[in-house]
Ligand binder design. Structure first.
Ligand SMILES: Cc1cc2nc3c(=O)[nH]c(=O)nc-3n(C[C@H](O)[C@H](O)[C@H](O)COP(=O)(O)OP(=O)(O)OC[C@H]3O[C@@H](n4cnc5c(N)ncnc54)[C@H](O)[C@@H]3O)c2cc1C
Ligand code: SF4
Ligand code: SF4
Length: 394
């Protein structure tokens, strides 16, 4: 049918999908990452979350209709599917909401304005961070300048020796510092949302891997209401996988005799690096760790946290700088403000072209995990250029 100038804009189809569809299309198909977006979005509090090893999944708390249906959904509630950043066309929706267009297949690491290397100017903050301490510096500056009043971050349980990551709220500079650094097991930071709101927060920053940071734009695009609107800033962590908590006992301790209570820091740079309390340093080959990959990561297509305002990573030649992708206007504004105030140092991303190439390569690899049976876009990648045969005699 021809569209005339005066024709009304096509109506959005009515959104009717509820837990029934979420369970059938995401939770039980392996697409669910355990991001907990659905849990915090549910206005009836009937979605629980399993934090245990082998879990990291939402489940329905009410028994009337069994695990796969919801009485509130039957009556018209659709909040959980509106929040889920793996439900149906989540990627094109988040792209279009944030950037006004879809990602091109060649944009393997997502749409961005600029790539820089950055680190906190305060050496103590840079040292506390996993790479350049940029994420913690952003949280401090954004709190001080009224962009946010709390952040959803990750802490370690108890005195830290359990290495069990848990979501929590950072409201003060001390909280931000206590949460700095990376843990490579899962922490569904979204779950700290209720705690932040109960503490009076209205402008919330989410820190998390791509699985989590796609939730706020998806929520906003699907008009979920207040839960979405409170997300004022979204800081992404580049990520190819997280490990099941069992890796500590079953690999590090069983094979290498490394007890988690003696570990003080870990990082992944081609190998799993572990620093011990007594000053020892160990490397565990990544291929030995793969068997402990958390199930929720095995179909995740997003390495570069493509729907964050600012995405951050540690790959590249410079260990004490954070590889930083500035994606949105608010991300740009915050980075410019921090540079102006002298709280961070930056250098061009082109200083480390290998890091950008590696980000592209790892993004391509992650995209291939997206199953062909699901909505196509997140898996779209351009073909690799043909290999050039070496010239005769070379
Ligand atoms: C599970 C995981 C996998 C990662 N994989 C890669 C990778 O493959 N390649 C790469 O380049 N970079 C990866 N990163 C990102 C990298 O480790 C740094 O987080 C990033 O470079 C920012 O460093 P920073 O010094 O600026 O951050 P910091 O100032 O140290 O702040 C880090 C923030 O991350 C939060 N955080 C820590 N652990 C977790 C967790 N498990 N879940 C949720 N939030 C958490 C902290 O609470 C803190 O607020 C990964 C991070 C995580 C958490
Ligand atoms: S991906 Fe996140 S929002 Fe979707 S079902 Fe899983 S936990 Fe819920
Ligand atoms: S690979 Fe990283 S971003 Fe993807 S689901 Fe796992 S933790 Fe989330």
């Amino acid at each position: 049918m021809a569209v005339t100038e005066n024709a009304p804009a096509p109506k959005r189809e009515r959104w009717t999908a509820q837990w029934l569809e979420l369970y059938d299309e995401v939770v039980t198909t392996g697409l669910c990452t355990g991001c907990a977006g659905c849990v915090i979005a549910c206005p009836h509090d009937v979605i629980g979350y399993d934090h245990s090893s082998g879990g990291y999944r939402p489940f329905h708390l009410e028994e009337e209709l069994g695990p796969d249906d919801c009485i509130h959904g039957q009556k018209g509630c659709t909040s959980c599917t509106r929040a889920c950043p793996r439900f149906r066309t989540w990627e094109t929706e988040a792209d279009t909401f944030l950037f006004g267009r879809e990602r091109l297949p060649a944009e393997l690491s997502g749409i961005g304005k600029d790539i820089v290397l950055a680190r906190a100017a305060d050496p103590a903050l840079a040292a506390a961070g996993q790479d350049g301490g940029l994420v913690s510096a952003i949280l401090l500056w954004a709190m001080e300048h009224g962009y946010i009043d709390a952040a959803l971050v990750s802490y370690l349980e108890g005195d830290g020796t359990s290495w069990k990551a848990r979501p929590g709220v950072a409201r003060t500079p001390e909280d931000v510092l206590a949460a700095a650094g990376s843990r490579y097991t899962y922490s569904a930071n979204n779950l700290a949302y209720d705690d932040a709101v109960e503490g009076g927060a209205d402008k919330i920053c989410l820190v998390g891997m791509g699985c989590m940071t796609s939730a706020p734009p998806v929520m906003k695009n699907r008009k979920i209401g207040k839960v979405g609107r409170r997300f004022a800033l979204n800081i992404g962590l580049l990520c190819s996988k997280t490990f099941d908590d069992a890796i500590f006992e079953e690999l590090f301790e069983a094979k290498y005799g490394l007890k988690k209570q003696d570990m003080v820091k870990m990082n992944i740079k081609g190998v799993f690096q572990i620093w011990m309390r007594n000053g020892d340093y160990h490397e565990v080959p990544l291929k030995e760790c793969h068997a402990w990959t958390r199930e929720g990561c095995t179909r995740c297509p997003d390495f570069a946290a493509e729907h964050a305002d600012i995405s951050t990573g540690g790959i590249g030649a410079f260990n004490d700088w954070t590889l930083t992708v500035i994606r949105t206007d608010v991300g740009r504004e915050i980075m410019d403000g921090m540079i102006r105030d002298g709280v961070i140092e930056t250098r061009p991303g082109d200083d480390d072209p290998g890091a950008i190439d590696l980000m592209q390569k790892l993004s391509r690899k992650s995209r291939k995990r997206w199953p062909e049976t699901a909505v196509a876009a997140p898996g779209a990648v351009p073909p690799l250029p043909p290999k050039v045969a070496p010239a005769a005699g070379a």
